[in-house]
Ligand binder design. Structure first.
Ligand code: HH2
Length: 287
């Protein structure tokens, strides 16, 4: 039977990787900062991503790039809520990227299908807010981060990054299960680039199967990140090919949700992989 992720009104089948399109309503995100700060621009971008085939939208009002400044609650709500409402009306599940319990609450009340927390719901009040949202049917994405966005890239250290990140995620899943949230509403994410060196990110990508072995769906976010830049030598707006390569490898190694800025290209790459992997894919008649 196909595994599904329960996310708000949606039951998302996980028999093929899902593409999560990113909309950052921020002035300072590392790859698209300032492009969609205006609500109308953000909504237009979300519509574009849906047209390109996004299965899920992920909207965020605070950048988490290394050294980013926290955004006051009122400002985050002001950025996120109008865009959330418009995206919900597009008929796709919408995830809200936040660590603030008040934003989680507002997201649940305004139709979000998922909460995505780079802190793994460890900030004060976040776990309780996430459990309450899960009782209303929302999915929760638990991400691993070493330290915090201010300090995370100052000499990250692990004895065994795959084992330690896997252990952290298993513990968080267990905590939610004890609190009554079923694994069918949970997603785990190793947090590429969050308190990790390029080597750590590569080890995690190589060892992703170990993290996926827990059976909880894995989300991977490598799109345009500095690891792709370090490998290719390219600035963030020229990392498309590197990013889709990383998304493909993540899928092959067990990721079922790919968080990306470039939806169309990612879908094409995954379609080719799916056609090779699955014998029952319907290919249009040859031209
Ligand atoms: N990466 C970013 C933000 N949120 N959430 C999850 N679950 N996984 C990720 O890898 C992840 C995330 C950073 O990317 P982006 O949103 O493009 O940049 P910024 O944080 O600067 O807005």
């Amino acid at each position: 039977m196909t595994q599904t992720l329960k996310a708000g009104a949606y039951a998302l089948p996980l028999d093929r990787p899902l593409v999560m399109g990113v909309v950052n309503i921020t002035p300072d995100s590392f790859s698209d900062g300032g492009l969609f700060l205006d609500a109308d621009m953000a909504i237009a971008q979300a519509r574009r991503l849906v047209e390109e085939g996004a299965d899920i939208l992920d909207i965020g009002g605070e950048s988490s790039r290394p050294g980013a400044e926290p955004v006051p609650l009122e400002e985050e709500l002001r950025r996120v809520l109008p865009v959330l409402k418009a995206c919900v009306a597009m008929g796709k599940p919408v995830s809200v990227d936040t660590y603030k319990p008040e934003v989680m609450q507002a997201a649940a009340a305004n139709g979000a299908a998922m909460l995505n927390d780079i802190w793994g719901f460890r900030r004060p009040g976040a776990f309780a807010a996430a459990c309450a949202a899960a009782r209303e049917g929302l999915a929760l994405c638990i991400m691993h981060m070493q330290r915090d966005p201010q300090n995370m890239q100052r000499e990250p250290f692990y004895n065994d990054v795959v084992a330690e990140v896997g252990e952290f995620l298993r513990e968080r899943v267990a905590a939610f299960e004890v609190a009554g949230v079923p694994a069918s509403q949970l997603v785990i994410d190793p947090g590429f680039g969050f308190g990790k060196t390029v080597q750590h990110n590569l080890q995690l990508l190589r060892g992703l199967q170990n993290i996926a072995a827990s059976g909880v769906p894995v989300l991977a976010g490598l799109s345009r990140k500095s690891t792709i830049g370090a490998i290719t030598g390219r600035p963030s707006d020229e990392r498309l090919a590197g990013s889709v390569a990383a998304a493909l490898i993540a899928s092959q190694n067990g990721a079922t949700i790919l968080r990306v800025h470039d939806v169309a290209a990612t879908r094409d790459v995954l379609a080719v992989w799916g056609a090779v992997r699955l014998s029952d894919v319907k290919i249009p008649a040859e031209q």
